[in-house]
Design a protein around this ligand. Structure first.
Ligand SMILES: [Zn+2]
Length: 560
């Protein structure tokens, strides 16, 4: 059979591998030793996470010439710009967006499958952040009955809290409750959001605290928000706004009491008929109010002033309200981004003096993108249009009645998903997989949908690219529906004015991602990065554990 020589050589080879393995193990140990103190040296005093609600990537480039040197340009020029950054799941909406940025994973794992969804277990629609076991702090209202209890995994902010034995502070701030509650994770010291209507103040939930801290009470009673109850005019000469469409057009919503959607928007005159302080949310002043409050928080909580890293999670919500109301091509959205640039500059300058230039790290991203108003696209001869939901529901109802003799088979239609009534399916002795397939092929024959998938497909395949990959990352086995409709590019389920989002299409997934500051190597990449990569990147920078559901991976090019 084999000669002894053969065995000797095998032994020799084995020994060679064994010893070289020892050498390389030693090398790893040595380099680990030298690296032990390295992460501590680069640990920033403060991480500032900035989510700009509904920010498309191309807003950076479209409005670039109007930006000053201290806001977006400072972040891009001195930081690391990921130019090809995407959401890798749908629905692309605010709740899932904030959850995914902070958990490093997608709805399939973190459980936030929409802003609102139909909860199969309790047979009722639910809101992603609501929790009636907690009450409002700071007002008589139920707007503070919130908690992160529907988020099933930890966030990067939770991991920082755990790593520092709860000594690193986490504060989350946004006009929208979900824009603060989800980034704060389960262990935040505080999350604050803005109560509109006749109130105009920052509130929280008993999940975090029994009473608002002094600095918040002082801010609320100072009534500084009053100063934004003024006409909304463009901050620069409107004739210089050449990167957006004409001010007066048919693609924009009107505030109650306005006859044309043009500047100046007379906020004091519109005040009473547009829910008072809620009106400010639909203007860039909502972002300025957020900025004012962020600066008060930095002061009041002394964030980033000791050797233990703190985390400030900011979300700018007004960009989303303005986009929904006026659309992505409006003068209003252009003005909102030019003003946001000034607000960013204000925050960065304050961080320089309070925390110290070079002592903090910032990331800026979005929670989803947005589509150009389909009515506008159509007028430019681009395929686009609207879903007529009533028509779809009645057509589908007819089909089900004809095929199964019962019209009640569908429990819920939301987020481009259908939830089926599995009790009825059982009672009729139907095979759920066959029902899903029959409905999917019926829906595929409808003009507005380009693809339809079933839960059965999601559970039995592993998709790695394209639209099915995006649908699957949004598919949560326990919470999601039975059928997933994908509208054609350009087609939305929304009013004929303003922009929206939520789809698996590229205009909703392509968003900015910029890292800046301590531990970040300046540069840029056109390689694809994905939203769940953010949390593990920050975790690597800090040398702390990844959030417990992480599916993204650190973006290594940016780390020093
Ligand atoms: Zn939105």
């Amino acid at each position: 059979m084999f000669s002894t020589n053969y065995f000797t050589s095998i032994l020799l080879i084995a020994f060679f591998f064994y010893s070289s393995n020892l050498i390389s193990q030693r090398r790893v140990k040595e380099s680990a030793k030298t690296e032990v103190s390295a992460p501590l040296k680069t640990t920033p005093k403060l991480i500032v996470g900035i989510v700009v609600d509904q920010m498309r990537y191309d807003y950076l480039t479209r409005f670039w010439n109007h930006f000053g040197t201290g806001g977006f340009k400072r972040l891009v020029n001195e930081g690391f710009n990921c130019k090809n950054n995407h959401f890798n799941y749908s629905p692309t909406s605010t709740g899932p967006g904030h959850a995914s940025v902070y958990t490093g994973t997608t709805p399939s794992t973190h459980g936030i499958i929409g802003n609102n969804w139909y909860d199969k277990e309790i047979d009722e629609p639910v809101y992603c952040a609501s929790d009636d076991s907690y009450a409002t702090v700071g007002a008589i209202s139920n707007a503070g009955n919130m908690s992160p209890h529907r988020l099933t995994v930890t966030t990067i902010t939770d991991q920082l809290r755990l790593h520092t034995q709860m000594k690193g502070k986490v504060v989350a701030i946004a006009l929208k409750d979900r824009g603060a509650v989800l980034p704060g994770g389960h262990t935040a010291n505080a999350a604050y959001w803005f109560l509109g209507g006749g109130e105009g103040k920052w509130i929280s939930s008993t999940y975090y605290m029994e009473n608002l801290p002094r600095w918040v009470l002082d801010y609320n009673s100072s009534k500084v928000v009053e100063k934004y109850k003024k006409p909304w005019n463009t901050i620069e000469d409107i004739t210089s706004y050449k990167e957006s469409g004409p001010d007066n057009n048919n693609y924009e919503g009107l505030f109650t009491g306005e006859s044309t959607p043009v500047f100046p928007h007379d906020l004091p005159g519109l005040w009473d008929n547009n829910s008072k302080y809620d009106l400010l949310k639909v203007t860039p002043f909502g972002n300025s109010i957020t900025t004012d409050f962020v600066i008060e928080a930095l002061k009041g909580e002394q964030l980033g002033t000791d050797s233990i890293t703190d985390f400030l999670a900011i979300s700018f919500s007004s960009t989303d309200y303005v986009g929904h109301w006026f659309g992505v091509n409006s003068k209003e959205i252009q003005d909102t981004y030019i003003r946001l640039d000034r607000d960013l500059e204000r925050i960065l300058k304050y961080l320089d003096t309070k925390v110290g230039a070079g002592e903090y790290t910032v990331f800026l991203t979005a929670d989803h993108g947005a589509i150009n108003v389909p009515a506008y696209l159509k007028d430019q001869k681009i395929p686009a249009g609207y879903i007529n939901r009533t028509e779809i529901q009645s057509e589908l109802g007819e089909f089900i009645k004809y095929k199964y003799g019962s019209a009640d088979l569908i429990k819920n239609y939301s987020n481009n998903q259908l939830f089926l009534d599995h009790k009825i399916i059982q009672n009729l002795d139907l095979n759920p997989k066959e029902v899903q397939e029959a409905l999917a092929s019926e829906l595929l024959s409808y003009q507005v949908f380009e693809r339809v998938y079933t839960a059965y497909q999601m559970q039995n395949n592993e998709y790695t690219t394209g639209i099915p990959y995006i649908i699957q990352n949004g598919y949560n086995m326990k919470r999601s529906g039975d059928i997933f409709m994908v509208p054609k590019p350009g087609i939305i389920d929304y009013s004929k004015t303003g922009s929206t989002h939520g789809s698996a299409q590229i205009y909703d997934t392509h968003t900015p991602l910029i890292f800046y500051g301590k531990g970040i190597k300046p540069g840029s990449t056109a390689l694809r990065t994905e939203i769940p990569d953010i949390a593990p990147t920050i975790a690597t920078l800090l040398g702390i554990a990844f959030p417990n559901g992480t599916t993204g991976k650190p973006i290594t090019q940016i780390l020093e």
